[in-house]
Every structure is written in C-alpha cells, then in structure tokens.
Design a protein around this ligand. Structure first.
Ligand code: ADP
Ligand code: MG
Length: 543
C-alpha cells in the first residue's frame, strides 16, 4: 500500500498507513527505537544533514547548526531563513528534510510511498497550509490533502469506537503547542441515502507556544541549579557539554516520571559527579502552573461549547502521558477521559483519511481486526463510505472596500466570513464602483483572526502597507481584477462572493448589468500580485 498519513509535528513527527486488514499502523523509526522522529535538523557539514534524535543531541553543543520548532515559522510572512555552508534554507525546505526522513523510513523497510495526507493545526491559515503542502511536494510526495490534527485524532478514535452521536473534546498537548478542539461525531445520511459518520469541528482554542518543552525547561533549570549548588558554581560556569548532558537527560527523566515515582539524574560537572533525585511530586509542584494554564484554555473553549455537552475527552500529544495531565483533565471531566495512542493518533487518523481519499479497499479478511472493546475495526473499504469531515474556517476573510457613506472616504476590510464558521462558508454582498466611468476594480482579499465586522486592512487604499492591530493578524491574500465596460455608471451593482473551503478562498465578482463574472482562487503566497498604485475600488452602498 502506498498511501500514508503524516503528522508533521513541532517537536516529533510520525508516519502511518493502513495495514492489509485496514488497521492503522505506525512505521517504526528503528534507528531511534521510537514510533516518532524528532523534528530536529542538524547541519553537520556541507555533505551531511542529520534529522531526528541524533540531531537533537547537538542542541546545546552545536546549537547554531541545529534547526528545531520550524513548524512555528512555516508559511509566516517575512519569515527567517537559515544559512549553512553557503546555502540558504527556508522553513519549507527544512520541513521537506523532515518529511524526506519519514519517507526514507518507509523506503528503508521496503515500502513505496506516493500519496500522502499531512496534518496541520486547526488554527493554521491559508499560507501555513500552502507552505506545508509545498514542503510535502519538495520531499517528492504527492499531497492528496491536508487534514486538521484534532480531526485526524478524532477520526482515529472513532474508527475504533464506532458508536452513536458524541461530542469529543480533543486535548492535544505536544512538545511545543497546545490545542483544544471540540468535534462532534454524528450519523447523517449522505447524498445517496447511506449512513455516514460526520465529524464537525465546533470550537478551537489553545496556545502555539505551550507544550512539553515548558516542562523540560523547568526540569532543566532545576537540575542546572542543583549542579551549581553542589559545586559552588553559577549557571554561567557550566560548560556547554554539561548543559547538553543535562538537556539530553531532562526529557528522558520527564518520560520516566510518567511511569515511576522518582528518577535519579547523574551529571558530571568539571569531573565531579552530581546526583539529583527528583520525585514525581517535586516535578508536579514545579510545573503545576503550566498544567493550570492548559486548563484555562480548556475553560475558554468551554465558553463556546458547554462542559455538559462533552461526552468524551480525548488526550492526544506525547505530553498527555504525564499523570499530572491525566489527573487534571479527569478532575474536570470525571469518567469521560480517554487516552488513545497519544503520540500516534494524529498520524493514524491521517492514514485513515488518506485511504478514504484514494478509496483504497483493504484486502478482505473474514476477521477484520479486533479492538479492545471487541468491535470489528472497519476496513478501508468501509471507512470510505462511513466518514465525512466538516471543518471550520481557520481564519476570517473579507474584501477591502471603500466606505463612502461618511464625509471622508475610508478604506475598510469588511469581514465577510468569520473564523470558526462551518466550511464551505459562502458570503455575498453587493457593492458599487467608486466613480462613474471606472474601468477597473482591484478587489483585494484579506485574511485575519478577528471576529469584528469591520477592520483596518494591512494596506491602504493605494496598496501601501499600513499599521493594523497585531492581534488581528491581517494579511493580504491577493486581489481580483474586474474589468468594467466603458461608461459604467457608479450605480452598477457588483455582486461579490467569497467562498472558503479546505483548499482556499474563491473570490468572485459579478457585474449584474452585463452578467460578466470575474473570479480567482487564492491559496498561495505566489498568488499575490497586487498593484501598489491605482485607486480602483468598490464602495459600500450609501443607501
Ligand atoms: P508534537 O508537539 O510535535 O506534535 P508529540 O505529540 O509527539 O509532538 O509530543 C511530544 C512531546 O511529548 C515532547 O515534549 C515529549 O517530551 C513528550 N512526551 C513523549 N512521551 C512522553 C512521556 N512518556 N511522558 C512525558 N512526556 C512525553
Ligand atoms: Mg502533534
């Protein structure tokens, strides 16, 4: 089978496929004896680039040649690049190196890989999505589609637990990000009258700077200070090699504390050995505020969907192995918490989705695969007809138009489609040319993170950059050029439609006098080719 699901994570990545019985399985990373690959790249020298655990082991000693957390940079405007041995790498290229490593895992085990589905956080905007897709293509993969991480996790969960309608809160605490998403699984009839399981995203929240790394940092500082105290040193006295040693041992110690009540860490400081015993209780005490922080995000999400409506809480992300997380979530949702393949669920869900897309049919087997609750695991053949995914818009979208209703003209962003709306989301509004005999309209399309009806666009009427509220994260996606016939009056209605679906934004303008339609599809940065001068705008009606 050549169809795979890829979880391209901030700290760890994972690749999965469906086995011959239609059960999702992860491709092992034998080199690191793990189910995942660390999303860390070490540019050792001109001819050797290392990805994975071995790269991670150079963070403290050779930090300037190591790239990690690149997912935080991908698809961002004016993003940084990385330079090694005279070559410049973009975040897309670094991500492609990680994807290539995953591809090599498959090939090293005799597999072939063609079509893939890559997962992205629900809050990724169009450019982050498009950059992720580009990274896949650069790695020589055919990217069938992207899927939101919580949706993939829910898909993986529900493939095992086929049941009635249910609302699931996905609590995903990874290495560098925290996402809370509420999804609803329901049975609906599709167009051909068949029952299908529908996954609808109801609410999303979280913090893209909160994750397992915060726990690592606390433990690192704790050990560093213990080493200093033991040897009468200050943190500045500790050599980079010793720091790397602490860094490497921190994550291992943290993982052990998920299973054991205490761990012993031994560090050599200038030839003398420091031994530190850390109990789980100590660790929980030094990190309790971070646990509380995640629960605050859960509470914020519950303002959109009430707690009583939640049937199940699904714990995903490697950091949910920590008992303190399980306990905190269990205390809030007694009896509702499920932990399900925390570090693999997302990749497995993507593999299920990928197989749905290519309509692969698993090899028929009389048994199917048994799951722990005795249900038959559905084969790919059944999955294809049993799921439909309904996602939410990851951002708000709207056109830039002139508000000519007041004494002074004002160029505004009319926020047509709001973040969190059901996709596909469609909105239509009628505008008018700014002046009589206008020959052109440059209809700009913007993306943002606000739910306000009107915003200041990030460019002014003339197309020159202008300051906006940074919290709104307003971006110019592109523009649609509409040609108007000679002698068009300023009362000619131009019907503008925005349609947002999983693959991008479709913008359409209809001249209702001539019935002429202009349209464009915006999904990549390269679509942006915006004229920076002419004032050819549409205006909001003054009636
Ligand atoms: P990503 O953030 O890239 O999606 P994961 O979901 O795989 O990554 O989560 C990685 C995080 O989970 C890391 O911080 C890692 O240290 C942590 N982690 C993995 N296993 C455990 C464990 N057994 N106990 C505590 N933390 C763990
Ligand atoms: Mg993840």
């Amino acid at each position: 089978m050549s169809t795979y699901g890829i979880d391209l994570g901030t700290t760890y990545s994972c690749i999965a496929r469906l086995d011959s019985n239609g059960n999702p399985e992860v491709i092992r990373n034998n080199e690191d004896d793990s189910n995942t690959v660390a999303s860390v790249v070490f540019f050792e020298n001109e001819s050797n680039v290392v990805v994975g655990q071995a790269a991670k082991e150079n963070v403290e000693t050779d930090g300037e040649r190591v790239v990690q957390f690149v997912k935080r940079e991908i698809g961002k405007r004016d993003t940084r690049t990385y330079e090694f041995d005279g070559k410049t790498y973009t975040p897309v290229e670094i991500s492609a190196l990680i994807l290539t490593r995953l591809k090599n895992l498959v090939e090293a085990q005799g597999g072939t890989i063609e079509d893939v589905v890559i997962t992205v956080p629900a809050y990724f905007g169009l450019e982050e999505r498009s950059a992720t897709r580009q990274a896949g293509e650069l790695a020589g993969l055919h990217v069938l589609s992207l899927i939101n991480e919580p949706t993939a996790a829910a898909l993986s969960y529900c493939a095992r637990q086929f049941q009635e309608d249910r609302t699931i809160l996905v609590y995903d605490l990874g290495g560098g990000t925290f996402d809370v998403t509420v999804v609803k699984m329901s049975m609906v009839q599709n167009d051909s009258g068949r029952d299908v399981q529908k996954i609808t995203v109801l609410a999303t929240g979280g913090d893209d700077r909160l994750g397992g790394k915060d726990w690592d940092d606390r433990l690192y500082n704790h050990i560093l200070h213990a080493c200093c105290e033991d040897n009468g040193l200050t943190p500045e006295d500790i050599e980079p090699e010793t720091r790397q040693d602490i860094r490497s041992k921190v994550e291992e110690a943290k993982r052990k504390l998920s299973k054991k009540q205490s761990v012993k860490v031994r560090i050599d400081v200038n030839g003398s050995r420091t031994e530190i015993v850390i109990s789980r209780a100590d660790f929980e005490q030094m990190t309790s505020d971070i646990v509380a922080k995640t629960m605050n995000f859960v509470d914020a999400t519950l303002e959109k969907v009430p707690a009583e409506a939640i049937d199940t809480v699904l714990l995903v992300g490697g950091s949910t192995y920590m008992p303190m997380i399980i306990n905190a979530v269990e205390a809030k949702f007694p009896g509702k918490v499920q932990q399900h393949d925390p570090d693999q669920a997302v990749a497995k869900g993507a593999a299920i989705y990928a197989s749905m897309l290519v309509e692969e049919v698993g090899t028929p087997s009389a048994e199917g695969g048994d799951t722990s609750d005795g249900d038959k695991t559905p084969r790919a053949e059944q999955l294809t007809s049993k799921f439909t995914v309904e996602d939410q818009t990851p951002r708000s979208f709207g056109p830039g138009v002139v508000d000519a209703t007041g004494a002074k003209h004002k160029y505004v962003l009319e926020n047509f489609i709001k973040i969190g709306e059901k996709m596909p989301a469609v909105f239509t509004k009628t505008y008018y040319p700014l002046e009589d005999n206008q020959e052109l309209v440059r209809l700009r399309a913007f993306e943002n993170m606000s739910t306000d009806d009107t915003l200041i666009p990030c460019v002014d009427e003339d197309g020159n950059p202008q300051a906006t509220d940074p919290a709104h994260n307003v971006k110019l996606l592109g523009e649609l050029v509409v040609k108007l016939p000679p002698a068009t009056s300023r009362d000619t209605p131009i019907k503008v439609t925005f349609k947002v679906d999983a693959s991008g934004v479709h913008v359409e303008a209809l001249n209702t006098k001539t019935n002429e339609t202009f349209e464009t599809f915006l999904r990549t940065e390269s679509d942006i080719d915006v004229e920076r001068s002419a004032v050819h705008q549409l205006r909001i009606s003054s009636d």
